[in-house]
Design a protein. Structure first.
Length: 186
């Protein structure tokens, strides 16, 4: 990990500029996990693992594409497991394409947009474990959406209506961070 006062870098994750105490805490936990866990990018529930997610914005940046996740039965951003590939941004973009049906998506910044560390509940196949979710910001440029087998539905959700789909801080953070970016604040 390297630090240049405003931006930190972590192998397999990229650059991140923490904006507040939450961001700093998430970044510290993520980088400590990656430093101590040789299987950080694998899919091992015994250790937890890094996942890559995409907040895919509409072309006019007023709505985000959410998936009604089939297993978790909640509205979430697109994303998935790294499955041994130590490149969270690649994973986020690959999952966005696979889960959305969109033909073209562009990365809006080479910096990490957000980090969220959360527990995945136990299932009949694996114990409860942590996802160290690294999120990137994308914009849809072409194509029609179609849900994958992992999803009950897809929806373009206007940012002003985001709380009607999810009360989870990990989803609502998108609206709050975009508002800060648009106002020029930190």
């Amino acid at each position: 990990m390297t630090t240049d006062h405003l931006t930190d870098t972590c192998a397999g994750i990229g650059k991140f500029a923490p904006q507040d105490a939450r961001d700093r805490a998430m970044w510290q936990r993520l980088t400590a996990f990656c430093a101590r866990e040789p299987k950080a990018f694998d899919r091992d529930p015994a250790t937890g693992h890094v996942t890559g997610s995409a907040f895919v914005m509409s072309p006019d940046m007023t709505a985000v594409l959410l998936t009604h996740h089939a297993k978790l039965d909640r509205w979430l951003q697109l994303g998935g497991h790294c499955d041994g590939v130590a490149d969270a941004r690649f994973t986020a973009q690959k999952e966005a394409y696979e889960e959305s049906g969109l033909a073209r998506i562009s990365l809006l910044s080479d910096h990490v947009f957000d980090i969220d560390i959360h527990e995945i509940p136990a299932s009949n196949r694996e114990a409860a474990h942590l996802h160290y979710d690294v999120r990137y910001l994308f914009r849809a440029e072409a194509g029609d959406i179609r849900a994958s087998a992992e999803s009950k539905a897809l929806a373009w959700v206007p940012l002003a209506e985001l709380a009607q789909y999810s009360q989870a801080e990990s989803v609502l953070i998108l609206r709050d961070k975009l508002a800060r970016l648009q106002s020029g604040g930190a």
